[in-house]
Structure formats: structure tokens, C-alpha cells
Design a protein around this ligand. Structure first.
Ligand SMILES: Cc1cc2nc3c(=O)[nH]c(=O)nc-3n(C[C@H](O)[C@H](O)[C@H](O)COP(=O)(O)O)c2cc1C
Length: 191
């Protein structure tokens, strides 16, 4: 059975939603990740119940990329901290790392656009493993900058990986993105 890892970074707390600041319990990217996990598991369950022979079945794990010293819950402070880390090419220490990613052939990498690329903690995660021979599907939530330079940065950081065309999701509309996300997962053979 194919095994997929959804590795993601997402920040709750104060964020900017269409002109207003609001505190949230679950970040935009995590909303999309929860939907994706459910879609993949549901598809697998449906195939199993229908006993479809040779149907693709995907087992999925999730891993949250969390900083040991997280950014501030206050949006404007977080903006500054993340910019400093970007400028310094920081590699923030993570709370934990998966012991190995050997068992996964596909990694869905989901993250917010931070200053035109991924949060530096995602670089910390990527640099810890050898992704050669694996397929990476990038998904980036953002408020207008799309994928930014993130796909290029993933390719540079993970030589030997097949990096598929990413999906950009407007963060403040994450809860309404299921249709597009489903299409993208299907186009990439995950459901
Ligand atoms: C530090 C920081 C930098 C950001 N930089 C950008 C940016 O350059 N372009 C953009 O479109 N959105 C930017 N955003 C908005 C986020 O990408 C967007 O709100 C995203 O959905 C947040 O995901 P999360 O809630 O899962 O953390 C930034 C947000 C933060 C906190």
C-alpha cells in the first residue's frame, strides 16, 4: 500500500482576515490539512468497503512542523520575527522530527507563504531528510502572493525529489477550498 506523509506548518492565534485581525484556534493551513487527511482516508475506506480490486489505497500520516521557540501569537510581532529569521537564513529548532521518512513515497508539504517563501522551520524540516526518489506535493496558503518562490526553494533544498506543481489556497478562505483540494489530490493520484 502506498504511504503518504502530510507534513505541515501552521500557526493559530492572531491572523489577518480580509482587512481585520482575529484570533483563531486552528491555522488556515491546518484546516486544509485536516480536510485532505479526511478526503484520503474516506476514499481508502470507500474502496475497501466496495472491495474494489486493485483500487489505489493510500495510508496517510500527518506531521506538524512546530518550532521549539514559536513565533508570537501577536500578528505584527510574528511578522517581524519571521522576517528576521528569513534575513538571517535561520533554521529554527523543531519540537520533534519524524524518526524517518523512508516508508513514504509521497510527501504533501503544506505551509503558509511567509515573505514570499516557506517559514524557515519548513527548511529545517526539509534539510533533515533525503527526499531523493520521493514525490513532493507543495500546498501553500497565502493572502495573495500565491506559491511565491516556494516551489523553487523546495527543488533546491530537496535534490532528487520530484516536485509537482503546487496548489495555492487563499488562507482566509481555507474552509471553502475543499473542491479545489480534492481535484488536486485526484490529479496527483492520492484519491
Ligand atoms: C510572518 C508572515 C508572513 C506572511 N507573508 C505573506 C506573504 O508574503 N504573502 C502572502 O500572500 N501572505 C503572507 N502571509 C499571510 C499567510 O500566508 C496566510 O495568512 C496563511 O494562510 C497563514 O497560514 P496559517 O494560518 O496556517 O499559519 C504572511 C503571514 C505571516 C504570519
Amino acid at each position: 500500500m502506498a504511504k503518504t506523509l502530510i507534513a505541515f506548518f501552521s500557526r493559530a492565534d492572531e491572523n489577518y482576515f480580509g482587512g481585520a485581525m482575529r484570533y483563531v484556534k486552528v491555522g488556515n493551513t491546518e484546516i486544509v490539512v485536516n480536510d485532505m487527511k479526511e478526503m484520503i482516508e474516506e476514499e481508502s475506506r470507500a474502496h475497501r468497503e466496495a472491495q474494489v480490486p486493485h483500487a489505489p489505497r493510500t495510508e496517510v500520516d500527518t506531521f506538524k512542523i512546530e518550532m521549539k521557540d514559536p513565533y508570537s501569537p501577536v500578528y505584527m510581532t510574528c511578522i517581524d520575527e519571521a522576517k528576521k529569521d528569513l534575513r538571517a537564513k535561520a533554521r529554527p529548532e523543531l519540537v520533534s522530527m519524524p524518526a524517518s521518512i523512508d516508508e513514504y513515497d509521497t510527501v504533501v508539504l503544506a505551509y503558509p507563504n511567509y515573505w514570499g517563501t516557506m517559514p524557515m522551520a519548513v527548511f529545517t524540516f526539509l534539510e533533515n531528510f533525503d527526499f531523493s526518489g520521493k514525490t513532493i506535493l507543495p500546498l501553500c496558503t497565502n493572502e495573495g502572493s500565491g506559491m511565491g518562490g516556494s516551489e523553487r526553494d523546495i527543488k533546491k533544498t530537496c535534490p532528487g525529489a520530484v516536485v509537482k506543481s503546487g496548489l495555492s489556497v487563499t488562507g482566509s478562505e481555507a474552509a471553502n477550498a475543499a473542491g479545489r483540494v480534492k481535484k488536486w489530490l485526484a490529479a496527483n493520484g492520492l484519491i
